[in-house]
Design a protein around this ligand. Structure first.
Ligand code: ARG
Length: 263
C-alpha cells in the first residue's frame, strides 16, 4: 500500500475524476487508515508500504504498479503519461523486494493487477480501456500461465478490478455490463459466477480485497455484501468515498505481493 501523502485529483483520465471535485485530505487519510487496519488485522496479512512521491497523485493505487507472481514482477506501462511517471518508483521498490522486474515492450500498455487477476488456476486479464489485448500474450509467456482475456467496454469500469472479483476456489463476482458478450460467456463457462447489480458495481463492489474467506470491500454495496455473507464470507466494509473521486477503492489501493509461482 502507499500512504496518501500526496494524493489528489489534478488531472482527469477516467469518468470518476473531476478537478472540480478534489478529495478531502483528512477524510482520505482516515479512510486509508481504516483500510490499512482492516487488512492488517486479517490472519496472515502483513502490509508493506511504498512511499508516495510528490507529483504522482495516483500512486496510492498500487494495484497498478505491476503483477507479481513468485519471484517475478511484470512492471506496469501506463496508458496515460500522467501515470507513467510512477513507473520508475515502482521498479526500484519491487527490485528492493528482491523481485526480478520485467517490463512490457515499448508501446504496449499494461496496468498491472488493475487489469490482471488470478482466478481458479488462470490469469484473467482486462483489455481495451487501459491495457492492450496483446499484453495478455506477453503475460502468458512471462509467467507461464493460462490467460483468459476480457474486453472491457464501458469507461466507468476501465480496469478489470473495477468489475471482476475472484473470490477463491473458482468463484468470482462480476458486473456483466462492463464487458462484451464474449467476455460474459468466458466468465460463465469458466467460473461459478455471481452477478453484481449495476448500482453496487457503480459503488465499486467488485473492487474488494479477498484473503481466504475474508472480503474487505467498499461501504454502501449492501446487496453484494449480503450475497457474500450468505455464501459464508466474512465481510468488512470500508468507506472509500475520497478515493472513488479518483476512480479507485479497496482493491486499487493494494497490490498482492505473494502469489506463489505457477505449478
Ligand atoms: N485515477 C487512477 C487511474 O485512473 C485510478 C486507478 C484505480 N486503480 C485500479 N486498479 N482500478 O488510473
Amino acid at each position: 500500500m502507499c500512504r496518501p501523502d500526496h494524493y489528489d485529483v489534478v488531472y482527469e483520465i477516467n469518468p470518476w475524476m473531476s478537478v472540480e471535485r478534489t478529495p478531502d485530505t483528512s477524510r482520505a487519510w482516515d479512510q486509508w487508515h481504516a483500510l490499512h487496519d482492516a487488512l492488517s488485522q486479517l490472519p496472515g496479512v502483513a502490509v508493506e508500504l511504498i512511499p508516495q512521491v510528490r507529483g504522482c497523485p495516483d500512486m496510492v493505487f498500487t494495484a497498478n504498479a505491476g503483477l507479481v507472481r513468485g519471484a517475478k514482477a511484470v512492471l506496469a506501462r501506463f496508458r496515460h503519461p500522467e501515470r507513467g511517471v510512477e513507473e520508475p518508483h515502482y521498479r526500484s521498490w519491487l527490485e528492493g523486494q528482491g523481485l526480478e522486474v520485467v517490463e512490457p515492450p515499448l508501446g504496449m500498455s499494461f496496468e498491472g493487477e488493475g487489469d490482471a487477476l488470478f482466478a481458479g488456476g488462470a490469469l484473467v486479464t482486462g483489455y481495451y480501456q487501459r491495457s492492450d489485448a496483446r499484453a495478455s500474450a506477453f503475460l502468458t509467456d512471462e509467467l507461464g500461465c493460462l490467460t483468459l482475456s476480457l474486453c472491457l467496454v464501458d469507461a466507468r469500469w476501465y480496469h478489470l478490478d473495477t468489475c471482476f472479483l475472484p473470490l477463491g476456489g473458482g468463484v468470482v463476482a462480476y458486473y456483466p455490463g462492463a464487458m462484451d458478450g464474449y467476455a460474459e460467456r468466458v466468465i460463465e463457462r469458466n467460473f461459478e459466477a455471481i452477478r453484481v447489480p449495476e448500482d453496487d458495481a457503480a459503488r465499486f463492489a467488485c473492487n474488494a480485497v479477498v484473503i481466504d474467506r475474508h472480503v474487505v470491500m467498499p461501504a454502501g454495496c449492501d446487496e453484494t455484501a449480503a450475497t457474500l455473507e450468505g455464501r459464508g464470507y466474512s465481510v468488512v466494509c470500508v468507506d472509500t468515498s475520497e478515493f472513488i473521486k479518483a476512480g479507485g477503492s479497496c482493491k486499487c489501493l493494494t497490490l498482492h505481493l505473494d502469489h506463489p509461482p505457477m505449478a
